[in-house]
Design a protein around this ligand. Structure first.
Ligand SMILES: [Zn+2]
Length: 79
């Protein structure tokens, strides 16, 4: 049997309510489940994922998604 090991850093899913708040914190990342792009919640400038579903605009203090159900928040931890 072939067992694939997932290499570090570990991804810990964080529950968040996109209707209320989008946490920004070191180690917090947003992942678009459509294009698999991962964006740090602490990006210094405007970033959008490849498929343009997720966008983070720290200068305007805005983050959002066209389809919030496709966005996952997780924390990256070093092993
Ligand atoms: Zn995307």
């Amino acid at each position: 049997m072939n067992v694939k090991k997932i290499s570090a850093p570990r991804k810990l899913p964080i529950a968040f309510d996109p209707k209320r708040s989008w946490p920004r914190k070191d180690g917090y990342y947003y992942e678009c489940m459509i294009c698999q792009d991962t964006i740090s919640s602490m990006v210094p400038t405007y970033v959008r994922c490849r498929c343009r579903t997720l966008s983070i605009d720290p200068e305007a203090g805005r983050m959002g998604a066209r389809d919030e159900s496709k966005i996952q928040l997780f924390e990256k931890r070093s092993p």
